[in-house]
Write a protein that binds this ligand. Structure first.
Ligand code: HAM
Length: 403
């Protein structure tokens, strides 16, 4: 027997109902915020992710599904959605057009991580990217949108917030941090020693307890912001407070992708175990330029759909549509025809096999139909159909014309 690959799941039945409920809810919220759908390919040039997510990140360094295609191109399955959307934005020359461009997307992402609860190798994200707005109000809007989606789904969260500074203040901070970490180089983990050379600020979110206690006295990002970044961060906190969104400051929140500057945020849940991040995002003002576009400020976020599916409070599903069945072999053609006609306006299913009434009623209940309609020999002779309303428990025999 051939099974699916490790960390790659099928989505069907009850899970699929949750999946589509999530997509429909998030899409509705994104559209209410004025965002438009964008679809980008699952396969991109590997160079796109190396230049955006960053060669020093775990995602690019260790987790890419990368291969050479039949045309000798170095390609990989997308590990995240932002890079592809930025590529499309530049390719369609929207950077040159100016103005604001706001997109949302959803689809499969691929990361060769060690699978565990909440951590898959193929998973799905719902993401949002906004181009052309340098105002911190847009950062707040991203956070409000994430919060609105979670609230609509009945999901509680904690919001963690940080600022990573910009080109003005980050370089000095990095120099100070490197000085600090080099002084304790003999005591830190191997990963942090490597990060010192590749992306020093990533030491701050090292999961090793010993490293964490050593870094407690490290210079703090938030205490080293320039006045512009500091003012923006203060303003962001004020907007969130005024709009009823609680947050926690986490000065070690640096995110796992290299393209961020200024605002960085993560929504976490305390109800799904160790893989607790349910959404994450931030500002990435330099990425469009890195990918050869005209400098364009940008901010966005993405939500992990599989993790959210564990938490969604599903609304009660009410009975819907028709189940149509035949008790007599001669009525099957008629049942198929009636079902086909009903589908023009309603949900309708039918059974090609003849059964007794009890069995039809059971089958109608199983597909959660509102009406169970059955044709036996009596009905066939009189051009009628027996219909039971399974919600109100009423039944009647009506003419086929009325049906
Ligand atoms: P990210 O934090 O890497 O950000 O991923 C966003 C969300 O995807 C995470 O919070 C998590 O819920 C989910 N996720 C990530 N990896 C896995 C996995 N292996 N299994 C299951 N779920 C996972 C990004 O991808 C950025 N592109 C977000 C962004 C958009 N920033 C700006 N715009």
């Amino acid at each position: 027997m051939i099974n699916s690959l490790r960390g790659m799941n099928d989505i069907l039945s009850e899970d699929y109902a949750r999946f589509t409920y999530f997509i429909n809810t998030a899409t509705d919220v994104a559209q209410k915020y004025g965002f438009h759908f964008i679809e980008t390919p699952l396969l991109e040039e590997t160079a796109l992710f190396k230049r955006s997510v960053g060669e020093s990140s775990d995602i690019v360094g260790k987790e890419m599904y990368q291969f050479t295609d039949k045309g000798e191109n170095d390609v990989c399955l997308r590990p995240e959605g932002t890079a592809g959307v930025v590529r499309a934005f530049i390719q369609k020359k929207l950077d040159k057009a100016g103005g604001n461009h706001r997109f949302f997307y959803h689809g499969a992402m691929f990361r060769y991580e060690r699978p565990q609860k909440g951590r898959l190798r193929q998973f799905h994200q719902f993401g949002v990217e906004s181009f052309g707005q340098d105002s911190v109000y847009e950062d707040a809007t991203m956070i409000m949108m994430t919060s609105d989606i979670l609230k609509r789904l009945g999901i509680g969260y904690r919001l963690q917030l940080n600022s990573l500074g910009d080109n003005n203040c980050m370089p000095d901070y990095k120099t100070n941090l490197i000085k600090f970490v080099e002084a304790c180089k003999d005591d830190i983990c191997e990963d942090c020693v490597r990060r010192l050379d590749t992306n020093p600020i990533r030491v701050l979110d090292c999961k090793n307890d010993k490293c964490q206690s050593l870094y407690e006295s490290a210079p703090k990002l938030l205490q080293n912001l320039c006045s512009t970044c500091n003012d923006d961060f203060e303003k962001l906190k004020k907007i969130l407070t005024e709009n009823g969104i609680d947050y926690e400051i986490d000065t070690n929140l640096v995110r796992g992708l290299d393209y961020y500057s200024k605002t960085a945020f993560e929504f976490v849940s305390d109800n799904i175990g160790s893989q607790s991040a349910i959404a994450g995002g931030g500002r990435y003002d330099r990425l469009v330029e890195f990918l050869d576009g005209r400098p364009t400020p940008a901010v966005g976020f993405a939500m992990g759909i599989e993790r959210l599916m564990e938490l969604i409070v599903m609304p009660e599903v009410s009975r819907d549509g028709y189940y149509i069945g035949a008790m007599d072999a001669e009525a099957v053609d008629l049942v198929v025809g009636l079902t086909h006609k009903k589908r023009a306006t309603d949900k309708a299913t039918c059974d090609f096999k003849t059964k007794n009434l009890q069995k039809h009623l059971k089958a109608a209940d199983k597909v959660n139909a509102k009406f169970c309609a059955v044709i036996g020999s009596n009905e066939l002779n009189n051009d009628t159909i027996w219909v039971k309303d399974l919600e109100n428990k009423t039944e009647e025999t009506i003419t086929l014309k009325d049906f």
